[in-house]
Design a protein around this ligand. Structure first.
Ligand SMILES: [Mg+2]
Length: 193
């Protein structure tokens, strides 16, 4: 695989980044998009990033809702991204949890902070992790980005005083979009033609 086939990705956590996190969201009626998420994705697409969702869904493992519930909500969410002109390239999820029930009860290499979902995207979608970016609202997202050796991990939070290993903390997707543009242009300059 040559370098031109490998694209960078913007990895998006779901709850707290794409939609407001009211806890174990699994119904369309409860899913509220965060302002600016579609514009951020449009900026990322213009900058040639793939758009990939990576979401822990322990609510499945804990028995709060089913994988079918998750897939139905995901299909609806993906339609909304298509309608907004920014189709998602992929949605990865981890239903497993050490406190889960039945077959879902396990420690999974896919569950963030482990980097499994990002590594899976690298294999399946030819993502160049060395130029990719993650945005998440929890420290486990940031740790997953670091564990996958991403050059930029952004924490999305409106708390300014949080302790975080993130490279940047933003509370507004328009700020993320501006920073992503600067970061990407700078990387291109460093990387040369
Ligand atoms: Mg989250």
């Amino acid at each position: 695989m040559n370098e031109t086939e490998c694209k960078a990705a913007l990895f998006l956590d779901r709850d707290g980044v794409i939609n407001h996190d009211a806890g174990y969201i699994h119904k369309i009626a409860d899913f509220r998009f965060i302002d600016g998420i579609f514009d951020l994705c449009a900026t990322a697409r213009d900058l040639d990033y793939k758009l990939i969702v990576v979401t822990n869904q322990s609510g499945i493992g804990r028995g709060f809702y089913t994988e079918e519930d998750f897939h139905q909500l995901t299909a609806w969410m993906r339609e909304a991204f298509i309608t907004a002109g920014v189709p998602l390239d992929a949605v990865y999820y981890c239903p497993f949890h050490p406190d889960g029930i039945g077959p879902y009860r396990k420690k999974s290499p896919l569950r963030k902070p482990a980097p499994g979902m990002l590594l899976q995207a690298r294999e399946e979608l030819a993502v160049d992790l060395g130029r990719s970016v993650l945005i998440g609202d929890k420290e486990s997202d940031i740790e997953a980005a670091h564990n996958a050796c991403l050059p930029l991990a952004i924490r999305f939070s409106n708390k300014r005083d949080i302790r975080s290993k993130a490279d940047r903390i933003f509370s507004d997707h328009a700020e993320v979009a501006r920073f992503l543009t600067c970061f990407t242009n700078r990387q291109k300059e460093v990387g040369g033609p």
